[in-house]
Design a protein. Structure first.
Length: 296
């Protein structure tokens, strides 16, 4: 049976904190704000908003349920092999999304890296930046190594809430319902950011719906990692790797690509890549994850 009171407290705190922070830049940014300053303000507030679910999980666990902090399982790691999955799967899905984007003609392959060249054209020559190819290689290297680890700092704010707290609370409904519902809530939580043009700037309204579906699909994958380890750390690493990966495919696509349809993991082309992987998990009997009781 699901305990409704803790869930309502958790969701209320998470959404109030995060949605307030998502909307705060609207009060601080105006038409005269310089682009760099505007970007800095949005980045800072959106990064803080990521900790709304984590704070909600901590407050609800300690003050509403009166449970010890250890109930959030931050002292648990689980089988180490799933951390390799968490680290490498998002870039692999990004590569698959790039391939699907090209095959479905939702974006055109651009070996000249035009999008990056156009961005660098705005940088003063005296900045002395290395060639475009070198910059892209550096970005790729960091996305596969250090960036996922750095991103864990903020991704843990979400994953302590969504997978560390919410998913286990919904498991009495069954694994599939728990994974899909928690993923849908995760997607809805992003709504203020998407409506402001984040992720899908050309489609703020339709993009909100696309984000919800994308979060449900990736939520199944990241829930699979969590259920195999019962650790929020693996979910945070997978989420951190996701945040390090999505823009990488865009380097190799024409500048006019519509990110709702092509190039992004959480967009429509990414749905196909994630759907294929989830199907493989089901066919190989990795999903649903066997419970300890079922494996005895």
């Amino acid at each position: 049976m699901i305990e409704r009171k803790p869930l309502l407290w958790f969701l209320g705190i998470a959404f109030v904190i995060s949605w307030t922070l998502f909307c705060a830049p609207l009060l601080l940014v105006n038409a005269g704000t310089e682009s760099a300053t505007r970007q800095l303000i949005y980045t800072a507030f959106f990064a803080l908003a990521m900790w709304g679910p984590g704070i909600a999980a901590i407050v609800t666990t300690l003050l509403v349920e009166k449970k010890p902090f250890s109930a959030l399982r931050l002292n648990t790691l689980g089988p180490k092999r799933f951390y390799l999955w968490a680290w490498l799967l998002p870039p692999a899905l990004t590569l698959a999304t790039l391939g699907i984007t090209i095959l479905t003609h939702t974006g055109e392959f651009d070996p000249n890296l035009t999008m990056m060249r156009e961005a660098l054209a705005q940088v003063p020559a005296e900045a002395g930046l290395p060639p475009v190819e070198a910059l892209v290689a550096i970005q790729l290297a960091f996305a596969l190594t250090l960036t996922p680890l750095i991103n864990v700092l903020f991704a843990m704010g979400e994953e302590l809430g969504w997978r560390g707290y919410l998913l286990p609370k919904l498991l009495p409904l069954g694994q599939w319902r728990a994974m899909l519902i928690s993923g849908a809530i995760w997607g809805i939580w992003h709504a203020p950011a998407i409506l402001q043009g984040h992720n899908f700037p050309q489609h703020p309204y339709l993009g909100t719906l696309v984000m919800i579906v994308g979060c449900m699909l990736f939520g199944v994958i990241i829930s699979w990692l969590y259920l195999n380890t019962r650790s929020p750390w693996v979910a945070a690493l997978g989420h951190g790797a996701l945040n390090a990966s999505p823009g990488l495919a865009l380097y190799f696509l024409n500048p006019g690509v519509d990110m709702l349809w092509g190039g992004l993991i959480l967009g429509v082309s990414g749905w196909v890549a994630m759907g294929i992987f989830i199907t493989w998990l089901v066919l190989t009997k990795r999903l649903p994850v066997p419970t300890p009781e079922a494996s005895e």
